[in-house]
Ligand binder design. Structure first.
Ligand code: LER
Ligand code: MN
Length: 272
C-alpha cells in the first residue's frame, strides 16, 4: 500500500530548505498526524540528537509511522560527504550516515543518502568518486539490511551533484554494488529538471524505487506547480510501489497549507 508522509526538520541551518515542519519534533509529529499523514520523514541534526524513547512514544501516541530519515545535515552543517578526497572526512560521513541507518532502522525506516553523496572535481576524477561511493554503499547497504530496511540513494539534479542525475543511470550504478539492498529515491523535483518523462522513468526503474519525494516542479506542494501528478502516481501503482510518498517541499505559502495541499494531491493522485 502506498502511504503518505511529510517532512520535519530539526536542523536550524535548513530553514529555507524543502522541509514542511521545522523545529520541535513532537509539534511536527502532532501536526502531521492531525493533518492525516501516514508517516513523517525526519531530517535530524545527528542520530544522537533524537531521544529514541521519546520519539517512539510520540509516534505511538499520534498513531503515525517513521517513513524515513535524511542524512543531509552531515553535509549542511559539517561539510561531510562520501566522495571527499580526505579519507577522514569520508569516514566521518560514513559514521554520520551509519548512525542514522541504525537509528531509523530501529523504527523499521530507511536512511536517505542525498547531499552526502558529494560530487567529483577539484582533483578527484569521476571514476575515483564513484569507487569511493561504491565502497561506502557496499558497507552501509548491509548495515541497513541488518535492520530489515533498504538504504536509499537519491539522484539529485545537476546543480546539486555531478554523479548521477537520473533514475536510470543511478539504477545502472546500483547494479555494480555487491549489495542489492540500496534502493532509489525518486524525487519528483529533481526528476522534473533531469528526466524526459517522469512516469516513463518510474516505469523503467520499477522495483528499484524504495522511496518517493512528492514535490512539484517548483518544489512547492504538488498542485502548486506544473507537474502532472496523475500519470506519475499511475506509474508508481503500475510498478507495484508500496512505500511512502513524502512531501519534501518548501513550506509555501505556510507549513500547514503546504501539508494540506500535499495530502489533498496525494489522495487525488493515488485514488484508483
Ligand atoms: C534531499 O532529499 C534532496 O532532495 C536534496 O535536494 C537535498 O536537499
Ligand atoms: Mn529529495
Amino acid at each position: 500500500m502506498i502511504r503518505s508522509a511529510i517532512t520535519i526538520s530539526t536542523v536550524p541551518e535548513s530553514v529555507g530548505g524543502p522541509f514542511v515542519y521545522h523545529g520541535d519534533l513532537e509539534t511536527g509529529i502532532a501536526a502531521a498526524a492531525e493533518t492525516g499523514f501516514d508517516g513523517v520523514e525526519i531530517f535530524p541534526t545527528h542520530a544522537n540528537d533524537i531521544d529514541g524513547f521519546l520519539l517512539r512514544g510520540w509516534l505511538q501516541k499520534h498513531s503515525i509511522q517513521l517513513a524515513a530519515m535524511g542524512t543531509g545535515a552531515g553535509w549542511l552543517t559539517r561539510k561531510l560527504r562520501l566522495t571527499d578526497p580526505d579519507p577522514l572526512v569520508r569516514a566521518a560521513g560514513r559514521d554520520f550516515i551509519g548512525g542514522i541507518v541504525d537509528f531509523a532502522g530501529g523504527f523499521g525506516a530507511p536512511a536517505i543518502i542525498g547531499s552526502m553523496q558529494g560530487r567529483y572535481g577539484d582533483g578527484v576524477t569521476r571514476d575515483q568518486a564513484l569507487d569511493w561511493l561504491r565502497a561506502e554503499l557496499n558497507q552501509l547497504g548491509p548495515r541497513a539490511h541488518a535492520h530489515g530496511v533498504p538504504l536509499l540513494y537519491e539522484p539529485l539534479n545537476r546543480y546539486e551533484t555531478n554523479l548521477f542525475n537520473t533514475l536510470s543511470e543511478a539504477a545502472d550504478f546500483l547494479e555494480t554494488l555487491n549489495t542489492r539492498n540500496v534502493k532509489l529515491l525518486a524525487d519528483l523535483f529533481h526528476m522534473n529538471v533531469e528526466e524526459v518523462d517522469l512516469a516513463e522513468s518510474i516505469r523503467k526503474a520499477g522495483h528499484t524505487i524504495g522511496h518517493v519525494h512528492f514535490a512539484d516542479s517548483n518544489r512547492r506542494a504538488i498542485g502548486f506547480g506544473h507537474t502532472a501528478a496523475k500519470p506519475i502516481a499511475q506509474a508508481l501503482m503500475d510498478v507495484g510501489y508500496g512505500g511512502f510518498v513524502s512531501g519534501e517541499i518548501f513550506p509555501w505559502p505556510d507549513p500547514q497549507t503546504a501539508a494540506e495541499k500535499t495530502l489533498e494531491s496525494f489522495r487525488a493522485s493515488f485514488r484508483r
